[in-house]
Design a protein around this ligand. Structure first.
Ligand SMILES: C[S@@+](CC[C@H](N)C(=O)[O-])C[C@H]1O[C@@H](n2cnc3c(N)ncnc32)[C@H](O)[C@@H]1O
Length: 249
């Protein structure tokens, strides 16, 4: 009975809205202690390479002492990777609304360089035009209102600053799509459920990817939010993609 209710909530949440906001927050609060282990295990560590490429596209070397946002920062992997990049001399705000996720990432980088902030992506406690770049990895898909989050990031960036989105996508090639479907819809929910102890969290993941806009639509939504020069590059046979654009001057 309980599981049926939980499954129904997961399905409703994958569609969006307030229900999604509450569900996502609860899920990440609950899986936080096992998140890193599962992340690297279930992605065969490819996620590290993807994050590295996303940071390259952020172009932080143009302003190495700048201020950056790691949005939906989770356990701080992206922020810590940027903080530890040779030559980086700036400051990173790592925003997430699930405190246990931020707490699980404690110690990955010095607090003087990487500051966790409990904040909702749809209402960032950051002034207008104050940051030199923003990045979000596997997070924007989880935000209840994509357009509200895009508008918030646009608002906090200085003109010319880049915004990079690393996110799962649905592969187009038939064979890849089938293998991906088998893994994402069957293997991953099973292993994820056992290790995290959360029965539906890893069922929500493939549903949320299926409901997320495809690459051209995400690019169009970024452009509509005010970003210029929006492009994307596929990763690993199209199972993920990195979008990037900049706030027009
Ligand atoms: C899949 S994790 C990604 C974490 C990290 N960026 C990474 O690369 O591993 C998604 C994160 O987005 C956060 N999140 C989802 N919706 C959010 C929102 N509206 N505001 C802030 N954080 C949000 C969740 O709490 C979770 O920590």
């Amino acid at each position: 009975m309980h599981e049926t209710l939980d499954e129904r909530r997961a399905e409703a949440a994958a569609q969006g809205g307030e229900e999604k906001r509450a569900y996502v927050r609860t899920v990440f609060e609950q899986i936080a202690p096992r998140y890193d282990l599962l992340n690297h295990l279930l992605s065969f560590n490819i996620d590290r390479r993807w994050r590295r490429r996303a940071l390259e596209l952020l172009g932080w070397t143009r302003a190495p002492a700048g201020r950056y946002l790691d949005l939906c920062a989770g356990t701080l992997d992206v922020g810590a990777q940027l903080a530890g990049s040779p030559g980086f001399a700036g400051f990173i705000l790592a925003a997430d609304f699930a405190l246990p996720m931020l707490q699980a990432g404690r110690g990955k980088a010095p607090g003087a360089v990487l500051a966790p902030v409990a904040a909702d992506a749809q209402r960032l406690p950051i002034g207008d035009a104050t940051l030199d770049g923003a990045i979000v990895a596997f997070g924007i898909r989880n935000v209840a209102s994509l357009d509200a989050a895009l508008a918030e990031v646009h608002r906090v960036l200085v003109p010319g600053a880049r915004f990079v989105i690393l996110e799962f996508t649905t592969p187009r090639a038939w064979i890849v799509r089938h293998v991906y479907h088998l893994y994402f819809h069957h293997v991953l929910p099973l292993i994820g459920g056992i290790i995290s102890g959360h029965r539906t969290a890893y069922r929500y993941l493939p549903q949320s990817v299926a409901n997320f806009p495809a690459e051209p639509e995400l690019a169009a939504r970024m452009t509509a939010a005010g970003f210029s020069g929006v492009t994307w590059e596929p990763l690993s046979l199209g199972i993920a993609a990195i979008h990037s654009g900049h706030r027009a001057g």
